[in-house]
Design a protein around this ligand. Structure first.
Ligand SMILES: [Zn+2]
Length: 299
């Protein structure tokens, strides 16, 4: 029952026998008449994939990120109860189930789906963080999602529950879980369609790591990097800089969710806290926004 979800539970649960979402902001009709229809619709429709295969209703913010954050490097700065863990897990599941981004390798010239090429296409994604404690949140959530949805479990061939942690899918895709290690050494020498980083704010050399390691790891398959985190006062300088730049480039406002996260803001509201925080780094957030406005980048 949607109504029974506590406020902290931002991702709504769906009963397997439901076909229309009960969330008032959603009301998605996800009824299908065949598995093939579900598979086809799930490839291009994130909201459908979440409801039908993950048995979750993404909230509007998550859905916006899932559908619109398709740059080489995508940033999400959010509060603690945003549901970033589940958002990242669902994003990797969608990639791996459909081998998203590798379409040219398994769709023939006439755009017909070639199952043989599909299963033979080597496909890897990786979820990382600076420390295993941080990376393991998505790992735990991924296993929970599998255990709670038979439709998702059907795609999973094997779960390696000891290092190196991995989820193997029935068509050969693999989702790896790693720590970044010194200067990104934990993921060196591999190629990924998606590389996600949780708690990006804790990584002090994030910017140089991005250019020297992370972008190289996704370059040859034109994959994507997701950097997710919260702004930590006294930390997160690189993460914050990257977010401000992304904001200026896309026009996406740096907004703050006041729901419940007072983590480290010492009694200030978040807008005030972030301005104070930005000034610690010599960053005048208002001036940056004014500059972007003058350039016509943001309204
Ligand atoms: Zn819904």
């Amino acid at each position: 029952m949607i109504e029974a979800i506590p406020e902290s539970q931002v991702v709504g649960f769906i009963d397997p026998d439901q076909t229309v979402c009960r969330n008032p902001w959603c009301r998605l009709d996800f009824s299908v008449s065949s598995a093939e229809e579900a598979f086809q619709r799930g490839r291009n429709d994130q909201n459908f994939f979440w409801h039908f295969f993950l048995l979750r209703c993404p909230h509007p913010g998550q859905l916006q990120y899932l559908t619109e954050a398709n740059a080489s490097v995508n940033l999400l700065a959010c509060s603690n109860r945003y549901g970033k863990t589940t958002m990242l897990a669902g994003r990797h599941f969608h990639d791996n189930v459909f081998k998203v981004g590798a379409e040219e390798r398994y769709f023939d010239d006439d755009l017909s789906f070639n199952l043989d090429s599909f299963t033979r296409t080597r496909y890897r994604t990786v979820h990382t963080a600076g420390e295993w404690d941080q990376a393991s949140e998505v790992w735990e959530d991924a296993q929970k999602l599998i255990s709670e949805s038979a439709r998702l479990e059907a795609f999973v061939a094997n779960i390696k529950r000891s290092p190196p942690y991995e989820i193997e899918f029935i068509h050969g895709a693999k989702w790896l879980f790693r720590t970044l290690g010194v200067r990104g050494s934990g993921i060196d020498g591999k190629s990924f369609y998606r590389l996600s980083i949780d708690e990006g704010g804790w990584i002090l050399d994030l910017e140089s790591m991005l250019h020297n390691v992370l972008l190289i790891r996704v370059a040859d398959v034109r994959g994507q990097v997701d950097i997710v985190g919260t702004f930590k006062p006294g930390m997160a300088k690189d993460f914050f800089k990257l977010c401000v730049r992304a904001s200026a480039a896309t026009g996406a406002a740096i907004g703050f969710d006041h729901r419940s996260d007072d983590d480290g803001v010492e009694g200030l509201d978040l807008d005030a806290a972030i301005r104070k925080y930005a000034k610690q780094f010599g960053f005048d957030l208002d001036a940056e926004i004014e500059k972007a406005r003058a350039l016509g980048i943001v309204e």
